[in-house]
Design a protein around this ligand. Structure first.
Ligand SMILES: Cc1cc2nc3c(=O)[nH]c(=O)nc-3n(C[C@H](O)[C@H](O)[C@H](O)COP(=O)(O)OP(=O)(O)OC[C@H]3O[C@@H](n4cnc5c(N)ncnc54)[C@H](O)[C@@H]3O)c2cc1C
Length: 374
C-alpha cells in the first residue's frame, strides 16, 4: 500500500499528526495494531505541574520532565484550541490542586511550586482557608495545596470520537496491522506489516510503547516501556468538583466529568498480560485507589463504582521524543513524554511540522531522538 506519509500508531499522537499532514494536502495513511493504546484507556487529566507520583517512581527522569514544563503548558493550550475547533470535549481548565495532608508534604509542594514558577507555570500555595473557598468538600485533614492554574481536564472518549470523525472527513486512510520492521530504500521507506507492506516517502512513528521495537532494526535504541495502569469511574455525584485533584505523596488523580461521574486513577498498577492483550485489573489497586479517593473527598465515599479498567501507559526517559532519526532521516519520531494524552496533540503538531519541513529541528533540540544515540 502506497501513501505520501505513513503514520504508525493511531492513538492521540498518530491521529493528530495525520490530521495536520492531511490538512497540508498530503496523502496520509495510519497503520495501527489496534492493541493497548493509552489513548482509549486514559483519564483525560491535562497535566502541567510535575506529578508527585512520577517524581517518586522515576527520580532519574525528573530533570527531563522539569525542563519540559513549558511544553506541558503549551500542550494544555493546544487542547483548548482543539476543543474550540473540533469540540466540545467537556474541557474545563480551572486548574489542578495537589493536596498536602502533613507539614512535610506542604514543604515539598512549596519547593516544587518555586521550581515550576521559575519555568513559567502559574502556581500558588493555598492554605486551608483558601481551599475552603474553592473546594469545601475536601477532607478535614487536608492542610493546604498547590494550585496550578494551567491544568485542566476533559472527556477523552468525546475527544477521541470527534477527532476520529475529523480524520474520516479529511479522508485519512486507517488500517489495522502490526508493523514488524522498517527498510530504507533509495526512493523512500517500506514498513513491513504482518498483513501487508506499506511504502511511503516519510514515516512518522507514534506507536508509544511499540516504538522502540520498530526502530531497533535501524540501529536506534529508544527505551520505550509499557506500564500497565488502573482506572475507576463512579456513578454521578451530587458534589461539584471543578479542579483536577492530585496528592503530594500518594498516587491519585480525581476529577468529575460533565455528567457528574468521578474518574479516579493516578498510576495504580495493573497486571501486564503482554502487548496483544489488555492488562488485568488488580483488586489491591482497585481498593487502594478508591479508598484514597474517599479519604480525600469524603462525600464521594458512598458512590458505586460503575466501571473499572486497566490500560497501557508508556515511559522512556521522561522527555518527549520528536524529530528525525539521525540514522534514517525519512523517519520522524512523535513520542510524548510522561502524561502523553496531554502532550500528544502538541507533540504531533511539532512532528508534522518537521515532516513538512515547516519547523527547524534546532527549535526542539531538547526532544531530539539523537540523544539516544549519544
Ligand atoms: C490508565 C491510564 C490513564 C492515563 N491517564 C492520563 C491522563 O489523565 N492524562 C494524560 O496526559 N495521560 C494519561 N495517560 C497516558 C496517555 O494515555 C498516553 O501517554 C497517551 O495516550 C499516548 O498516546 P499515543 O498516541 O502516543 O500512544 P497510544 O495511545 O498508546 O497509541 C499507540 C498505538 O500504537 C500502536 N502500536 C504499537 N506498536 C505498533 C506496531 N508495531 N505496529 C502498529 N501499531 C503499533 C498501539 O497498538 C497503539 O494503538 C494514561 C494512561 C493510562 C494507561
Amino acid at each position: 500500500m502506497d501513501s505520501d506519509l505513513l503514520v504508525i500508531g493511531g492513538g492521540i499522537t498518530g491521529m493528530m499528526a495525520a490530521l495536520h499532514l492531511a490538512e497540508a494536502g498530503a496523502r496520509v495513511r495510519i497503520v495501527d495494531a489496534g492493541e493497548n493504546a493509552g489513548t482509549w484507556a486514559n483519564a483525560g487529566s491535562l497535566h502541567v505541574q510535575m506529578q508527585s507520583r512520577f517524581m517518586r517512581l522515576y527520580p532519574d527522569q525528573v530533570p527531563a520532565v522539569e525542563a519540559s514544563l513549558p511544553l506541558y503548558k503549551a500542550a494544555a493550550e493546544e487542547w483548548v484550541r482543539l476543543d474550540a475547533l473540533y469540540g466540545p470535549f467537556e474541557l474545563v481548565r480551572k486548574g489542578g490542586l495537589m493536596l498536602a495532608e502533613g507539614a512535610e508534604q506542604l514543604r515539598f509542594l512549596e519547593g516544587k511550586a518555586r521550581r515550576e514558577e521559575a519555568r513559567g507555570l502559574s502556581v500558588e500555595m493555598l492554605d486551608r482557608a483558601a481551599l475552603d473557598g474553592i473546594a469545601p468538600w475536601l477532607g478535614p485533614q487536608i492542610l493546604g495545596a498547590e494550585l496550578c492554574r494551567d491544568e485542566g481536564k476533559l472527556n477523552p472518549l468525546m475527544a477521541n470520537a470527534r477527532l476520529l470523525a475529523e480524520l474520516d472527513r479529511r479522508g485519512v486512510a486507517r488500517v489495522q496491522d502490526r508493523i514488524i520492521g522498517l527498510e530504507q530504500q533509495t526512493n523512500g521507506l517500506v514498513a513491513v506489516g504482518r498483513a501487508a507492506v506499506y511504502r511511503a516517502d516519510q514515516i512518522i512513528i507514534a506507536s508509544a510503547w511499540g516504538a522502540g521495537d520498530i526502530v531497533r532494526g535501524l540501529g536506534v535504541d529508544i527505551p520505550t516501556k509499557a506500564e500497565p495502569l488502573h482506572m475507576n469511574i463512579t456513578e454521578a455525584a451530587a458534589v461539584s468538583i471543578g479542579h483536577l485533584i492530585q496528592h503530594a505523596e500518594r498516587s491519585i488523580t480525581l476529577k468529575q466529568l460533565g455528567q457528574g461521574q468521578i474518574v479516579i486513577g493516578g498510576g495504580w498498577p495493573a497486571q501486564d498480560r503482554g502487548r496483544e492483550t489488555p492488562p488485568a485489573v488488580l483488586a489491591g489497586s482497585f481498593l487502594g485507589n478508591v479508598a484514597l479517593a474517599a479519604r480525600l473527598v469524603p462525600q464521594i465515599g458512598g458512590l458505586r463504582v460503575i466501571r473499572t479498567w486497566a490500560g497501557m501507559n508508556t515511559t522512556a526517559d521522561g522527555a518527549s521524543t520528536i524529530g528525525r532519526l539521525p540514522q534514517a532521516s525519512r523517519v520522524v519520531m512523535a513520542l510524548p513524554g510522561d502524561a502523553g494524552y496531554t502532550l500528544g496533540p502538541l507533540v504531533a503538531k511539532m512532528a508534522a511540522a518537521v515532516t513538512l519541513g515547516a519547523m527547524p529541528e534546532a527549535d526542539m533540540v531538547r526532544y531530539t531522538p539523537a540523544r539516544f544515540a549519544a
